[in-house]
Write a protein that binds this ligand. Structure first.
Ligand code: 13P
Length: 250
């Protein structure tokens, strides 16, 4: 059985003190949560504070992005080693907002994924189609290309540490959640691709999260699907009550 993993992607929200309050509220309910892997992904500036807040709990820390180089003249960037030094265990890579607004390609996501794994950070690699692509029946082609290219040249023993997040772009921040059936179909397809890339055992081990307007009211149905192994939560993760309810529905 795959352990469910629910991560809060706070995106560009919360000052350090607001982040502290949010982490504290979540910690009050989930500090001892062992049934589900819970990950908080605040903005870079709040990583240290949130890291200190959740020390000694079962909640893990994640970042929202990183650079693939270890160090050097890359103004404004953050390396995997820097994240590890703050006790980060996860990093979101290739989010559709980074792909759309910061022109991240599959090749860039691949470099970052390899660098994260080399530094013992678990990458949460995001894939998903736009509304236009879905309407043109290109969902499988788009998702397959993103998976194969973003995870190229990664050995099976590292692939198992990778988490995939299926986030249909048309469902992000729009209140148009994919139906459980729509999401399950793509998740099962992703697992089929992973079987081809590695083998059945590894494909059955890798966790695939759903992201896109997940909230307490739809979480149970989505998370009840056989190939949906958790959620990557945006808007609803900024409200501790909603986030905790989603974790409890997992
Ligand atoms: P929303 O939950 O706000 O739709 O965002 C999903 C997301 O992009 C998580 O990474």
């Amino acid at each position: 059985m795959r352990k469910k993993i629910v991560a809060g992607n706070w995106k560009m929200n919360k000052t350090v003190s607001e982040a502290k309050h949010l982490a504290e509220a979540i910690k009050n309910d989930l500090a001892e949560c062992r049934e589900v892997d819970v990950v908080l992904c605040p903005p870079f500036i709040a990583l240290k504070t949130v890291s200190e807040m959740i020390e000694g709990t079962h909640i893990d820390l994640g970042a929202q992005n990183m650079h693939w180089e270890k160090s050097g003249a890359y103004t404004g960037e953050i390396s995997a080693e820097m994240l590890r030094a703050l006790y980060c265990h996860y990093v979101i890579l290739g989010h559709s907002e980074r792909r759309a607004y910061f022109h991240e390609t599959d090749e860039v996501v691949n470099k970052k994924t390899k660098a994260a794994l080399a530094a013992h950070l678990r990458p949460i690699v995001c894939v998903g189609e736009t509304l236009e692509q879905r309407e043109h029946n290109e969902t499988e082609h788009v998702v397959e290309t993103q998976i194969r290219n973003s995870l190229a040249h990664i050995g099976p023993e590292q692939l198992v540490d990778t988490i995939i997040a299926y986030e249909p772009v048309w469902a992000i921040g729009t209140r148009h959640t994919a139906t459980p059936d729509q999401a399950q179909k793509v998740h099962a397809f992703i697992r089929k691709i992973l079987t081809q890339m590695a083998d059945e055992h590894i494909a059955q081990t890798i966790r695939i999260q759903y992201g896109g307007s997940m909230k307490p009211s739809n979480a149970k149905d989505l998370l009840g699907q056989p190939d949906i192994d958790g959620g990557l939560i945006g808007g609803a993760s900024l409200d501790p009550i909603s986030f905790v309810e989603i974790v409890q529905a997992s």
